[in-house]
Design a protein around this ligand. Structure first.
Ligand code: SF4
Length: 468
């Protein structure tokens, strides 16, 4: 049986795309290979958001070249949002002409035809023309580049090979309209487009019927979801409908732009002292929110084109904690954004003290070609940015640990995810609020929800014991 191997770089949206790519390949009769060097089709699904994405991708291509040299009949395909950038495709064309197939984020559904055209063993469904991006049809990639500049519609009904049985990613929208000045996403993922509510609900119902207990609704900015079902449907309305699907016990979402976080959405988090939903609160909505702030200086936020101020962000945090004092709040920070001064950074550190995040992802600013901020003249000195980064991470970690220690002794409902990395016989799972707990356990399986007493708090995880 022919086989495939897929490497996913980047975010949850990319992981979800890889599930579709794997689903399409399996529908065509391919089986998953254990390793790249045994596979007939090798796919690299790239991300252009993370730091050093280009270096990591081209480093990986170097390894795949060895596979291709050893087995020239293997098909190497590269896809994902890096392929939406002409300079990347150009570099592949010039230096890696041996790559068999390049396709963009809006072409995934055409994989069977593209692969057949590139020499894979799938029969072509119909003759496929390469959609040009300027690099197609030239040099080493003649006829192998399929990159649509924009998405015409969301293609529904594609198969997926889900990474887990008990939890699943569900895209509710694609693209982004926000054009934060440092971010490449609107250029590579295109404009916002929301799935129809019924399509989302059909997917969630099918997942629930096959045993999925937790869904994570995905979008670059779920708060601006605007589905249509005879009338416009907002994100809070969609959440209510998903929350009511029988069998779904946990609902999460990612990511939430602070400028679009509505009172309606905040109300869905309402919970009483015992943790039960109250008021307009939803029973299955997990009490956690990832609310990327990026910086604490309103001046820097304006230059980032984030369209909120530090004060407005702090008011949102206040409202979220009024709805549920126990809500877990996590965030992203970019350190060393062009023009960031010591005073600006002090504003960020002040925001950290005031919010006291449960966890945060921190990034050193690095320019993305084609974004406005990459052309800003006042790039921050690297040593200064590193020093700020280290100070910030140290303080964020201290706060996380202080907050985590308060949970020791509590009993939490933990959804078991599988073996833990912490040792033989250990399991890992997540609390309702998304905290990672490692605990010894037998006779429990991935997907079970079990009571676990927290016995130990670390910065990023907890130790626990099963409660009989
Ligand atoms: S909201 Fe801003 S940071 Fe997020 S994907 Fe859109 S442009 Fe990028």
């Amino acid at each position: 049986m022919a086989s495939y191997w897929i490497e996913t770089m980047g975010c949850q949206m990319n992981e979800r795309d890889s599930e579709t790519i794997a689903g399409l390949l399996e529908r065509e009769g391919y089986a998953r290979a254990a390793a790249a060097d045994a596979a007939d089709v090798l796919v690299v699904n790239t991300c252009s958001v993370r730091e050093n994405a280009d270096n990591r991708f081209f480093g990986l291509l170097g390894h795949l070249k060895a596979v291709k040299d050893a087995r020239p009949e293997a098909v190497v395909a590269v896809c994902g949002c890096m392929m939406q950038q002409a300079h990347i495709v150009e570099r592949i064309r010039e230096k890696h002409g041996w790559v068999d197939l390049v396709f963009g984020t809006h072409n995934i559904h055409e994989l069977p035809e593209m692969l057949a055209a590139a020499g894979g063993r799938m029969p072509p469904l119909h003759p496929n023309e390469a959609a040009g991006d300027g690099a197609a049809g030239r040099g080493g990639l003649r006829g192998k580049v399929h990159v649509r500049a924009a998405r015409e519609a969301i293609v529904e009904g594609l198969p997926a090979r889900r990474a887990y049985g008990f939890k699943a990613y569900v895209n509710i929208m694609v693209g982004c309209n926000n054009f934060c000045s440092y971010c490449i996403v609107p250029y590579v993922r295109g404009r916002e487009m929301s799935r129809e509510p019924e399509a989302v609900l059909d997917e969630v119902r099918a997942l629930a019927e096959s045993g999925t207990k937790e869904v994570m609704l995905l979008g670059q900015n779920v708060n601006s979801y605007a589905g249509f079902s005879g009338r416009s449907v907002s994100f809070p309305e969609l959440l209510r409908a998903v929350d009511a699907v029988p069998g779904i016990e946990r609902v999460r979402f990612m990511t939430s732009h602070p400028k679009d976080l509505s009172e309606d959405l905040i109300a869905l988090f309402e919970r009483g002292a015992g943790g039960a939903a109250r008021g307009r609160g939803l029973a299955h909505l997990c009490p956690s929110i990832h609310l990327p702030v990026q910086a604490g200086s309103s001046r820097v936020l304006a230059r980032m084109n984030r369209r909120y101020t530090k004060e407005a962000y702090l008011r949102l945090v206040e409202k979220l904690r009024a709805a549920n004092p126990e809500i877990v709040i996590t965030t992203d920070f970019i350190v060393g954004f062009p023009g960031e001064t010591e005073d600006d950074f002090a504003e960020t550190m002040d925001l950290i003290e005031r919010v006291r995040y449960d966890a945060a992802f921190t990034f050193l600013y690095s320019p993305r070609e084609g974004t406005p901020a990459a052309a800003y003249p006042d790039q921050v000195d690297e040593a200064a940015a590193h020093a700020r980064f280290d100070r910030m991470v140290a303080r964020l970690n201290e706060i996380s640990l202080e907050k985590n220690r308060r949970l020791v002794g509590r009993v939490e409902q933990v959804l078991v995810e599988g073996p833990a990395r912490t040792g033989e016989g250990m399991l890992a799972g997540r609390t309702f609020s998304g905290r990672l707990v490692n605990f010894p356990g037998e006779k429990v399986a991935p997907g079970d929800i079990v009571a676990v007493r927290i016995t130990d708090a670390k910065t990023f995880s907890f130790g626990g014991e099963l409660v009989e």
